[in-house]
Design a protein around this ligand. Structure first.
Ligand SMILES: O=C(O)CCC(=O)C(=O)O
Ligand SMILES: [Fe+2]
Length: 210
């Protein structure tokens, strides 16, 4: 008898905090908080789509190109994104692979980042700058949920990989990477302070002239 587990959904988690973690996260938190004050377009966008919090997703979504600090973070994430693409067995030989978008999220208690995916992208992820105790983990949805139709509920003791929703807790300094089509959300949570994260997309292209 053989049972094959096919079509895996991979999620990469790694602490990328170096010896300078406290300083880096403090500088990133300061920059995110000052964006939340100065980015009027982002505040207007957030008032409609990110109630109670601030995200630069609708206004400043290429922070890695405009801020030396975000660019430093991008350089730190790049090798992990490449390693993840390798784990997924994508063939990037002769192709460019780079961060295309990068935005900041500042989330006080009770704010929801509703279920979504990252269209027109390939690999996405989030770097955690500040995660107060109790701040919502990132919750992933089984990508086949819409196909399950007549399946019975799973037993309560089913392994995590068989759950329909899996929440992965993150702490400051952690990096999470996933394929951009995988739907995810940040559920509301009670905590004090602000949960600050930096999200991004990577894209690939055929190298010019090939
Ligand atoms: O903050 C998180 O955990 C994830 C945020 C997210 O999904 C996004 O910014 O697109
Ligand atoms: Fe997201």
């Amino acid at each position: 008898m053989a049972i094959h587990a096919l079509f895996p959904t991979l999620i990469y988690r790694e602490s990328i905090a170096g010896p300078d973690q406290r300083r880096l996260n403090q500088d990133l938190a300061d920059e995110c908080r000052s964006l939340a004050v100065s980015d009027a377009a982002g505040r207007r966008w957030s008032a409609k789509h990110y109630l109670g919090g601030y995200t630069s997703y609708g206004s400043l979504d290429r922070l890695h190109l405009f801020s030396s600090l975000f660019s430093r973070l991008r350089r730190r994430i790049d090798p992990h994104a490449k390693a993840f693409a390798r784990s997924l067995h994508y063939d990037l030989a002769g192709r460019s692979f780079a961060m295309t978008d990068c935005w900041a999220n500042v989330m006080p208690a009770g704010v929801v980042h509703s279920l979504h995916l990252h269209p027109t992208s390939f690999i996405s992820g989030t770097y955690y700058v500040e995660v107060p105790k109790g701040a919502g983990a990132l919750k992933f949805e089984d990508p086949r949920l819409g196909l399950h139709m007549a399946t019975p509920p799973r037993r309560a003791d089913a392994p995590k990989s068989f759950h329909s929703f899996v929440s992965l807790p993150a702490k400051a300094g952690d990096l999470l990477l996933f394929e951009s089509w995988l739907r995810h959300e940040v559920p509301p949570a009670r905590f004090s302070g602000e949960r600050i994260s930096i999200s991004f997309n990577y894209g690939w292209a055929t190298k010019a002239g090939r």
